[in-house]
Write a protein that binds this ligand. Structure first.
Ligand SMILES: [Zn+2]
Length: 244
């Protein structure tokens, strides 16, 4: 995976002005104390991932953030005809390309859920333009995937564009923290998350759909985008989504 990797933790530097080394010789003593690059964003560390529990003594924080869901279309059908190796190769490629695009925009790759990924923008790296970051990351995922797909399709002996990604984005206040007692899960919850997920399910392969909130905040990047009413499960009567 090619990444522009930060030498110090962007989260710790931004919030506490502490230069926490993530790579190289200087990072060794930190690693002894379990401080290492976060798996959700290697430009941040395991400490700021949990900053609110250690510093703020809270199990969760309410933040204004942007949530992105990306889903690999056609995966379920394909997984019935492909070998386990081919399937894992496919998912690895999807995760890798998504992760690189998300990290470049300072987002957190919060979860991989089978053939989907969920990303949160504005935590732990704060960005006033987090909504815009998410839109740019979504476009970058699509761009990277279109390039990658050609090779994959050929290698797997598939035809046409059987492998496309559908993306949904929504912004607003959500709860980020550790949820669950027996199995602690660091994630975001709330209507913003559910709406982003629903927008993703409405998107076609190769499409990015964003909500009105995203459109208002990232307007300069969404010129010419038109709204269309979608009937989504759980939303009555319908919801306006914009293509990005
Ligand atoms: Zn950190």
């Amino acid at each position: 995976m090619t990444l522009h990797q930060s030498r110090i933790c962007k989260g710790c530097w931004q919030q506490m002005h502490l230069p926490v080394p993530l790579r190289g010789v200087l990072s060794a003593p930190f690693r002894l104390f379990g401080i290492r690059p976060s798996r959700m964003n290697p430009n941040t560390c395991t400490v700021c991932e949990l900053m609110f529990t250690t510093v703020m003594r809270a199990r969760k924080v309410t933040i204004d953030a942007t949530v992105l869901f990306a889903d690999l279309r056609g995966y379920t059908t394909l997984s019935q005809s492909l070998s386990p190796d081919a399937i894992s190769g496919l998912l690895d490629a999807f995760y890798d390309e998504s992760a690189s695009a998300i990290w470049e925009s300072d987002g957190l790759l919060n979860k991989t859920l089978g053939d989907a990924v969920m990303a949160v923008f504005n935590f732990p790296i704060r960005r006033d333009d987090h909504t815009r970051c998410a839109v740019l990351a979504a476009r970058e995922i699509q761009k990277r995937w279109r390039a990658k797909r050609e090779t994959l399709v050929e290698a797997l002996g598939l035809t046409g564009n059987e492998l496309g990604i559908g993306i949904g984005i929504h912004s607003g206040e959500l709860s980020f923290g550790e949820f669950g007692r027996s199995h602690r899960d660091l994630t975001a919850i709330g209507t913003v998350v559910n709406t982003a997920s629903r927008a993703q399910s409405a998107a076609d392969a190769d499409q990015i759909l964003v909500t009105e909130a995203v459109y208002q905040r990232a307007r300069s990047d969404l010129e010419g985008s038109r709204a269309k009413a979608y009937r989504l499960k759980g939303f009555e009567p319908s919801i306006e989504l914009y293509t990005a």
